[in-house]
Design a protein around this ligand. Structure first.
Ligand code: NAP
Ligand code: 3JN
Length: 346
């Protein structure tokens, strides 16, 4: 009889929107846990969270929190990851980082299991989870990349407010009520940036996610561009992105134009996607069936539809890609990686 190895696990950002989903998934999937440590800032230290039927107390995350931790999942922002991950690694923990802190570090694998799980074997204590908008796009495009090659991608995103954290969800709800009650909506959080200018999110569309860079793109757009090239292992890929916040609570949607390197058959494209791991094909225009944010919310998969050959370029196609940004875009991708580390694969 084989005995399963159990792990001391820490979740940093346990009180946040992503941390909550990580805890739910670890419990639901019976992750092999010896002990669980819930970490946050000093603000939430002392909060009680129920995990696998036990009430655990949240502790403030400090460099010493990682003594005896085997696997640490970080989703408390880039600054926290930069400050604490080196200590966690020094204490021997394998860190799965949901933030931008180490994604482009050449020593750190940037992993979407369906695309490049082979990369994790080279980790040096840190494995980075890509940005949510990147994850769902590369998961859907990988089968096409492998079969035909991809030369160019043009993506426009329609991102849910939950991508900006629990406070942004509250902001959309509050503003929607204010407007429906006939009052002015008071902008407070979005767009999240260091500048004091804020915009109404309810009944609006904001073409800014994260701060602007010197080249006129936002950081979210640059994350998509750089991360996609790193994950695909292809610096020659031409990519442009426009990232937009929409008044949706869960699931990011993306309109993606892709130029392939070879001629293709649209039926074969659909079959490839229907058979791809983690992808659900929803493409039945006759019956008005296509991926919807509301249907993807709460699901781990990436949903793809509206697949059609481009009218201006016969080697290009257009797709609509939708996935729950807190799940495949963050928590589920991280838990998948944790399972690859912890559980011997068949
Ligand atoms: P959130 O709902 O605002 O939660 C933030 C979490 O971080 C809370 O648990 C908070 O604890 C904790 N935290 C904040 N400052 C801290 C500190 N100094 N030390 C320790 N913990 C601290 O945000 P979220 O949506 O869960 O996102 C959290 C982070 O995950 C983001 O900043 C981002 O880096 C990453 N993320 C990644 C993706 C992705 O695309 N893969 C998607 C979403 C988020 P308190 O309760 O004490 O404030
Ligand atoms: O806004 C979204 O929809 C996704 C946001 C992701 C995010 C938010 C704050 C900080 C990130 C990220 O994952 O890239 C970060 C960050 O880690 O820098």
């Amino acid at each position: 009889m084989s005995t399963q190895t159990l792990f001391n696990v820490a979740v940093v950002g346990a009180t946040g929107a992503v941390g909550e989903q990580i805890l739910r998934l670890l419990a639901e999937r019976s992750f092999p846990i010896k002990s669980m440590k819930l970490l946050s800032s000093a603000r939430s230290a002392g909060t009680k969270i129920s995990f696998q039927g036990r009430e655990l107390t949240v502790e403030e995350a400090t460099p010493e929190s990682f003594r005896d931790v085997d696997i640490a999942l970080f989703s408390a922002g880039t600054d926290v990851s930069k400050a604490l991950i080196p200590h966690a690694v020094q204490h021997g923990a394998v860190c799965i980082d949901n933030t931008n802190a180490y994604r482009m570090d050449p020593e750190t694998p940037l992993v979407v299991p369906e695309v490049n799980i082979d990369q994790i074997s080279g980790h040096k204590g840190i494995i980075a989870n890509p940005n949510c908008s990147t994850i769902q796009m590369v998961a859907a495009l990988k089968p096409l990349y492998d079969r035909y090659g991809i030369s160019r991608i043009i993506v426009s995103t329609y991102q849910a407010v939950s991508g900006a954290g629990a406070k942004a969800i509250n902001e959309l709800t509050r503003q929607s009520r204010e407007i429906l009650d006939g009052n002015d909506a008071k902008p407070d959080i979005l767009p999240v940036s260091s500048l004091p200018v804020k915009h109404q999110m309810a009944f609006n569309v904001i073409p800014q996610i994260d701060k602007f860079q010197d080249n006129g793109f936002t950081l979210e757009e640059m994350k998509m561009i750089r991360e996609t090239k790193k994950i695909m292992g292809d610096d020659t890929l031409e990519i442009t992105a426009t990232c937009v916040r929409v008044p949706v609570v869960y699931s990011h949607s993306e309109s993606v134009y892709v130029e392939l390197k070879q001629d293709f058959d649209i039926g074969e494209i659909k079959s490839l996607l229907a058979d791809a791991p983690g992808i659900v094909l929803v493409d039945d225009p006759d019956n008005q069936r296509y991926p919807l944010a509301t249907d993807a919310a709460g699901q781990n998969e990436v949903f793809v539809g509206r697949i059609r050959r481009d009218l201006s370029n016969s080697r290009a196609l257009n797709l609509w890609i939708v996935s729950d940004n807190l799940l495949k875009g963050a928590a589920w991708n991280a838990v998948q990686i944790a399972e690859y580390i912890a559980i011997p694969q068949a």
